[in-house]
Design a protein around this ligand. Sequence first.
Ligand code: SAM
Length: 206
Amino acid sequence: MDRRQYSASSQRNREPIAEVLLSRLPPIGTILEVASGSGEHAVHFAPLLPQYCWQTTNYEEDQIESVIDWIAHSPSPNLRMPLRLDTTESYWPVETGGYADMPITGIFNANMIHISPFEVCEGLLAGAGRILTAGGRLFIYGPFKVGGTQTAPTNETFDQWLKSRNPAYAIRDQEVVIDLASENGLAHLEAIPMPANNFLQIFEKQ
Ligand SMILES: C[S@@+](CC[C@H](N)C(=O)[O-])C[C@H]1O[C@@H](n2cnc3c(N)ncnc32)[C@H](O)[C@@H]1O
């Protein structure tokens, strides 16, 4: 049985995201992907980043299975099988060790903080603050409001759709996420505009 899932958006955004990761990741280490989703990002990025170890994770069981099957279908020696990770937990499975040779110098997270309650974003920033080594970087990809307003009419429509699905979901304010990151020892480096009115927000552990 093939349990691979498919995400049209990750097929579309993987090239522009890879370009940024290749130029902005710290030189070496493990990249922890929080919410690997289908697993398509992981199998695309890992072979492009052979000097890093790519640790996949997921919150939902069916998505863990999808990542396992994507890795089986498109193996790469630097890809690690998914761990179950809930950002809201105060202790993440990667904190038990196992990364002494390849410390976690990067965390990548795409399209999660608007499609989940705000606690999930708070948990992501708290975890990144605990886990990243000094100089390590957190990359958050997705749509953001800037200065309290949506950056495109399509994002306004998307935000209304998110809230109709769950009132706790919403496109987040860039400034709110930056302030929260700062409280967790993560300095904001860049907000890189990406296709389809998204951003890649980059933070560095102090
Ligand atoms: C729209 S999907 C994005 C998946 C993938 N990163 C991508 O770009 O295709 C949102 C993801 O957020 C995850 N998620 C929701 N709540 C979470 C939590 N508390 N901890 C970790 N991941 C969570 C979901 O399981 C899902 O994989």
